[in-house]
Write a protein that binds this ligand. Structure first.
Ligand code: HAS
Ligand code: CU
Length: 550
């Protein structure tokens, strides 16, 4: 039957998913190279050739790794996950998936070309008044529109499943992918608005001013949920895939669904925690959004609780004793477990750092310092990315009809260990230097006089050592990717999907009540943003209703 859950992803869907992964890993190669160049420049001992600027390389790095690698990997993975758990995509949905993929790829090529030509050196946040060539903005728009079309394909599979299984709770992995897709669609409305209504007309010369505060606010309306859009696929692996790899059950289906719903509700109305130092936003609204930020920490704490529960249950079933006896029983030789596990461990200090950022007073110390760069290299570039690598090691052979060989498995573990050493150096040095006031988004050579008073060289060298180790890690992961995609022996690699306890409590149907969850999401967004937006627009600088730059 076409619509029953597949043990294997349908071969046609596998092709679609792999197409996304090819683009993702190409972005990793180019973006990783840019990262290496950056740490070398920052060390003060290396200059870029051919008149290439530091900011250009920084833009390549941020856009390719932060926006392109992530979006393509996530959509590719989620499409496979939905096909695996609710059955092959219908023909129309698959076609939509390909249209989405094509638009996203064309958009990526357009944006990348402008960045490489130094016509869009605006960093991954593309804040005004930095201005890019219109083609850059059109490219980004195509990426977003393409992702909406793919998102529609994914949601339509879920809708079909619901119709065919009335009264039944949907498969957990599909439910999670749908939440993340809805989160993405709600969030990208903000970035689409600033790009289409503000940046593009301004870059085309149709208007000569832009309201910077409004554009930054729309960006962060998108920017914070963006980080959870990255995180949730990692959580899908932690909640659903890891238990199966361990041979145990999902700790609690209801808890997992609840935590995903909390992410949907609280991810968006928190963007001000990136703007705590910006004038023009009333402190009362910043305060509200800080409170909401601490609320969105709760689903991560629930996740940590559930993971400790899973590991402990597994360990006890293997005869582990004592408080931490379970640690010894975990499958330390299995990359599908070890690689994401390192990601989880990193997420403990990474999350703590996030709470430092979110605390208004502490934010004054770390904002715009390289601490923040250290923070997102632990969260995104370690917890999330290592988990994506951990997924890739079984997903790619599953999709290409090959197997993860013991040799590749070993190399994957070595890769993750290298990554954690490299990141300990790089992110550790960034956190430390940030506390001393080293600015972010700047190369050492552009540090001002007050910064020159401190001897930054040891920190810069530590970053360069870490960054070089990470680059070796990238080469290894690309090698494994190519091996698994084209050369590994043919065979059946499992797509692990954990199941709930058979006699366990069934998740209540209220989780599938989209009117309720979307309703609360919209109310929270309106509550957190309406008055501040009215304020910003009414109090825009006189005359121009914005800042005049060119
Ligand atoms: Fe963040 C800035 C606050 C999480 C990414 N963040 C950024 C930027 C990025 C980013 C990219 O409030 C920079 C943007 C820019 O360019 O300006 N962040 C937070 C908070 C959290 C958080 C409160 N961030 C993330 C995640 C990201 C990410 C996740 C990417 C994936 N962040 C901020 C703030 C700023 C910010 C401010 C602005 C700073 C400024 O001034 O500019 C929370 O979601 C974190 C919650 C996490 C936890 C940890 C739970 C732990 C788990 C693991 C359990 C481990 C196990 C293994 C079971 C509470 C689930 C145990 C085994 C053993 C053996 C021990
Ligand atoms: Cu945030």
């Amino acid at each position: 039957m076409q619509n029953s859950p597949n043990v294997k992803v349908d071969p046609k869907d596998a092709k679609l998913s792999m197409a996304h992964l090819y683009v993702a890993f190409t972005a990793l190669a180019l973006g990783g190279l840019a990262g290496l160049l950056q740490v070398l420049v920052r060390s003060g001992k290396f200059e870029l050739p051919f008149g290439i600027t530091y900011y250009q390389v920084l833009t390549v790095h941020g856009v390719l790794l932060g926006l392109i690698l992530t979006t393509f990997f996530i959509i590719g993975f989620q499409l496979a996950a939905v096909s695996r758990t609710t059955g092959a995509l219908g023909n129309k949905a698959r076609k939509a998936g390909w249209i989405g993929f094509t638009l996203m790829t064309i958009g990526t090529a357009m944006a990348a070309a402008m960045v490489l030509l130094n016509k869009a050196t605006v960093l991954f946040t593309f804040y005004a008044p930095l201005q890019a060539h219109p083609i850059f903005y059109i490219g980004l728009t195509l990426v977003v529109v393409g992702s909406w079309i793919s998102g529609g394909a994914l949601i339509s599979n879920y809708v079909r499943w619901r119709k065919q299984n009335p009264g039944k709770i949907s498969p957990l992995l599909t439910f999670m992918a749908v939440i993340n897709t809805v989160l993405w669609i709600v969030a990208t409305i903000g970035v689409a608005a600033t790009v289409l209504l503000q940046m593009l007309p301004w870059s085309l010369g149709l208007v000569d001013t832009i309201d910077v505060l409004v554009s930054r606010t729309l960006f962060w309306y998108f920017g914070h949920p963006l980080v959870y859009f990255w995180l949730l696929p990692a959580y899908m692996c932690w909640y659903v895939v890891i238990p199966k790899v361990l041979g145990t059950k999902v700790f609690s289906d209801s808890l997992a669904r609840m935590s995903f719903i909390l992410f949907l509700l609280f991810s968006v109305p928190v963007g001000f925690h990136h703007q705590l130092l910006e004038p023009g936003i009333d402190p009362a609204w910043k305060f509200l959004q800080v409170i909401l930020t601490f609320l969105v920490v709760i689903p991560s704490l629930m996740t940590a609780f559930s993971l400790f529960g899973t590991f402990e249950m597994y360990g006890r079933s293997k005869g582990a004793k004592g408080m931490f006896g379970w640690i010894k029983k975990l499958p330390w030789g299995d990359a599908r477990f070890v690689v994401p596990f390192i990601g989880m461990v990193a997420f403990i200090p990474a999350g703590a750092g996030g709470m430092v950022n979110a605390s208004n007073q502490l934010n004054q110390v770390v904002h715009n310092t390289v601490w923040v760069t250290g923070h997102f290299h632990l969260t995104l570039a370690t917890s999330v990315v290592l988990t994506f690598f951990g997924i890739m090691y079984w997903l790619v052979p599953h999709l290409t009809g090959r197997v993860l060989t013991p040799q590749m498995n070993k190399l994957a573990i070595i890769q993750a260990v290298l990554w954690s050493i490299g990141m300990a150096f790089m992110s550790g040095a960034m956190h430390a230097a940030g506390l001393l006031g080293a600015p972010r988004r700047s190369s050492y050579s552009t540090y001002g006089e007050s910064q020159q008073a401190i001897d930054w060289i040891p920190y810069q060298i530590a970053q360069a050592i870490g960054g070089t180790i990470l680059f070796i890690g990238i080469i290894l992961v690309l090698y494994i990717f190519i091996k698994l995609a084209f050369f590994a022996p043919k065979g059946d690699q499992e797509f692990p999907v954990g199941e709930s306890e058979e006699n366990g409590e069934k998740a209540p149907m209220v989780f599938e009540n989209w009117k309720l969850w979307l309703g609360i999401t919209v109310v929270l967004i309106l509550f957190a943003y309406t008055i501040p937006f009215i304020d910003m627009i009414q109090n825009a600088p006189p005359g121009s209703k914005g800042y005049k730059f060119f």
